[in-house]
Design a protein around this ligand. Structure first.
Ligand code: PLP
Length: 344
């Protein structure tokens, strides 16, 4: 975290804004629109994720990666139900819902599996290849088998930067399958998203122009204190239309204008905190270059630590060093690793 972010957090608490719609606090909504577009540019995301683009895309700040994933899973589920009711009028809604199925890798974070539990939709954890990467051929085979068994594929959640080893799923080959079979593709880049900002990590962003949604935790790599999880959608209407529940007391006369979203439709709770303030203050104080050097510093530290491991015969690497993560273990019995962990 950083002092600028903590100041932003204190100010937001002091203002006491509960910005569920634009009218509650125009600054709360509009600053979020501004910082999410800044961030999209900073991370060099495809232009369609910006609010300022011509299309229906945009970004929103969620509390956690778990919430962002759940929002994507729920929206994909509702969109699948709508389209299946059109293509299969003979099926009742409960029959359709009973056939839905989602996919991720066995290396994905626990929050993916939990999203499936909360969304009442099974998520198959497909085996990653030996390098712990999920690729399109595994996904295609699983989907084809499931379709043959009468199931309806809804969403695949890929990971850029897995929790275990910071492995990067092959977004390009997964997108080939998802686009061909009309499956929503979400990318969980909770940790590794910080790498998108660096020229030398351009490879990480390959295929992102073909994903429907993605999330990145600013509280992991961007010096912003917990909680602050950025989420972008290629077509925000798919989320808004899925979650839109209105009451007379929520209406205001500026509703529906493209530049003033009511973010309550993009998330699970009604009320929302003024998180954009801490992002804005952090960016204004440290600057884009300051944040890039912070990420670079962590990568350099990891490389230095990797060299320590490689030069010490007591230890070995378990996976290649990736961004700030070095997976290593004492050689020999796994018990040594358990003991070291305990002592640490
Ligand atoms: N996704 C990945 C890849 C993670 O590493 C983590 C946490 O470590 C999460 C999701 C969950 O993040 P959150 O605590 O913001 O829900």
């Amino acid at each position: 975290t950083s002092y600028p972010s903590i100041v932003g957090e204190m100010l937001a608490s002091g203002f006491g804004i509960i910005g569920f719609s634009w009218i509650c606090s125009p600054a709360c909504t509009e600053l979020e629109v501004v910082v999410m577009d800044w961030l999209a540019k900073f991370l060099k995301l495809p232009e369609h994720f910006q609010h300022a683009s011509d299309g229906p895309g945009g970004g929103v700040i969620q509390g956690s990666a778990s919430e962002a994933v759940l929002v994507a899973v729920l929206a994909a589920r509702e969109q699948a139900v709508i389209s299946c009711k059109e293509t299969h009028p003979e099926l009742s809604e409960s029959e359709v819902r009973g056939k839905l199925i989602a996919y991720s890798s066995d290396q994905s974070n626990s929050c993916i599996e939990k999203a499936g539990v909360l969304a009442a939709m099974p998520i198959k954890l497909l085996p990653a290849d030996d390098d712990l990467i999920l690729r399109g051929n595994t996904l295609r085979k699983a989907i084809e088998d499931d379709v043959a068994a009468g199931l309806i594929p809804v969403i695949c959640i890929a990971t850029l930067g897995t929790t275990g080893t910071c492995a990067y799923d092959d977004i390009d080959s997964l997108a080939d399958v998802c686009q061909a079979l009309n499956v929503w593709l979400h990318v969980d880049a909770a940790y590794a998203g910080g790498g998108f900002a660096l020229e030398e990590c351009t490879e990480l962003r390959r295929g992102l122009d073909r994903v429907d949604s993605l999330n990145f935790n600013l509280h992991k790599f961007m010096l912003v204190n917990f909680d602050c999880s950025a989420m972008w959608l290629k077509d925000a209407n798919k989320v808004v239309d899925s979650f839109n529940v209105d009451r007379i007391y929520l209406k205001h006369k500026h509703e529906g204008q493209s530049q003033i979203p009511d973010f309550r439709h993009w998330q699970i709770p009604l009320g929302r905190r003024f998180r954009a303030l801490k992002v804005w203050i952090t960016f204004r104080t440290l600057g884009a270059e300051g944040l890039r050097s912070h990420v670079r510093k962590h990568i350099a530290l990891a490389q230095q630590f990797e060299a320590f491991v490689r030069n010490d015969s007591r230890f070995e690497m378990v996976a290649p060093q990736a961004l700030g993560l070095v997976c290593f273990r004492p050689r020999g019995d796994n018990e040594h690793t358990a003991q070291l962990l305990q002592r640490l």
